[in-house]
Ligand binder design. Structure first.
Ligand code: ATP
Ligand code: FE
Length: 355
């Protein structure tokens, strides 16, 4: 099966072609056009600008993905498109283009939840079997999910406020670092002392695997202002130490809560237990290392996709489309763009994998 994937839910315009044979998959092409320079002057993604840029660039991205793969549309088996959640203007651009391409070519159309794209990426790269425990940690989300199927995720817990990616981005903004903040803060943190500033570890004193990251932002703001008040300015070393302290707090919280989520998941005695991580923050070195240690201590397989497949891309959308297609899913011209679209079922997670 060979699918075109289209992604335009946030500030990356992306198209990719993925071919799957059995449980093995190959990324034939993957084009990602970022928009950071367009939004740089505004200190965050501006929805109107993002929507316009997607509308202008999507055609070319698809053309490039097809030519990089050396295939014509007619040689594919289907078209997958992100139908939400995300900024509605961008999602609409993608969905409209996909409908047009599907109508013109007669190929089947499959709408994909962007979060399912992230959460299924470890199966694209590592042929991971269901059920696995997924920590989905990105710019807008942070949740523990038991992934049982392409359309079957149940939530064990997650952030009750900000997502870590958002916290990285705000930290960067407060310290005058470029967007996206994650990579910039990670680079600075590598030069800093994580013990110089005391950052809280929110909610570690509470049972369960819910998390909170909004307090870290306030802690960072206070620590920064204290340094500025003391010295009438902030040095490069101060900035590196602030980044290191912030990142260490995020890593500690994610690691401890993952340990607890893993215990919950293992209580259901899954056949081939595995911990997988995905989403933009999964590209962070110290986060990956900490989670790898948590998995190793529990004696569980650990899967983390390569960095370029953690952040937004269309290969994950093509792959999720293939996974849904294999379960029989097809969408028609009534496919809706959805700004909000929770991945998890509302019912509490059902444990137990015996049957
Ligand atoms: P969502 O997937 O929740 O809808 P999104 O698509 O905007 O949100 P992703 O592209 O998955 O998010 O991830 C982007 C986020 O990941 C940004 O907040 C960015 O700062 C963060 N990020 C990227 N690389 C790193 C890194 N090395 N360390 C920490 N954070 C990172
Ligand atoms: Fe994303």
């Amino acid at each position: 099966l060979t699918f075109l994937g289209i992604e335009s839910s946030c500030d990356d315009t992306a198209a990719a072609v993925v071919r799957a044979v059995g449980d093995r998959a190959e990324i034939l092409s993957s084009v990602v056009e970022g928009q950071t320079t367009l939004h740089a002057a505004f200190g965050g993604v501006v929805p109107e600008i993002a929507a316009r840029a997607h509308a202008e660039r999507l055609d070319l991205c698809v053309e490039r993905a097809l030519s990089d793969a050396g295939l014509r549309l007619a040689e594919l088996d289907g078209i997958a498109v992100t139908a939400g959640p995300g900024l509605i203007g961008g999602v609409l651009s993608g969905v409209m283009l996909a409908k047009g391409l599907a109508t013109g070519s007669g190929l089947p159309l499959v709408g994909v939840n962007h979060l399912a794209g992230h959460a299924l990426t470890p199966r694209l790269t590592d042929a991971l079997a269901f059920p696995y425990l997924m920590l989905l940690v990105s710019g807008g989300h942070c949740q523990f999910l038991i992934a049982r199927g392409a359309d079957d995720f149940s939530r064990l817990g997650g952030s009750i406020d900000d997502a870590p990616g958002e916290a990285f981005d705000k930290t960067a903004k407060l310290l005058g670092l470029p967007q996206p903040g994650g990579p910039a803060v990670e680079t600075e943190a590598a030069k800093g002392d994580p013990r110089r500033f005391a950052f809280p570890r929110p909610m570690l004193d509470r049972p369960g695997c819910d998390m909170s990251f909004s307090g870290l932002k306030t802690a960072l703001l206070r620590a920064r202002d204290a340094v500025v008040a003391e010295k009438a300015g902030i040095t490069l070393q101060d900035r590196a130490d602030l980044c290191a302290g912030f990142q260490a707090a995020v890593v500690d919280v994610l690691a401890e809560k993952t340990r607890r989520a893993l215990a919950l998941y293992l209580a259901g005695t899954p056949p081939a237990p595995a911990l997988a991580v995905a989403g933009g923050v999964a590209a962070n070195g110290p986060v990956r290392e900490a989670l790898m240690r948590v998995a190793a201590v529990a004696g569980v397989r650990f899967v983390a996709p390569p960095l370029r497949l953690c952040t937004d891309n269309a290969a994950m959308i093509a792959w999720a489309g293939i996974e849904r297609f294999r379960t029989g899913a097809r969408d028609g011209m009534d496919l809706q763009a959805r700004p909000r679209w929770p991945l998890d079922r509302t019912a509490p997670a059902l444990l137990g994998f015996g049957k």
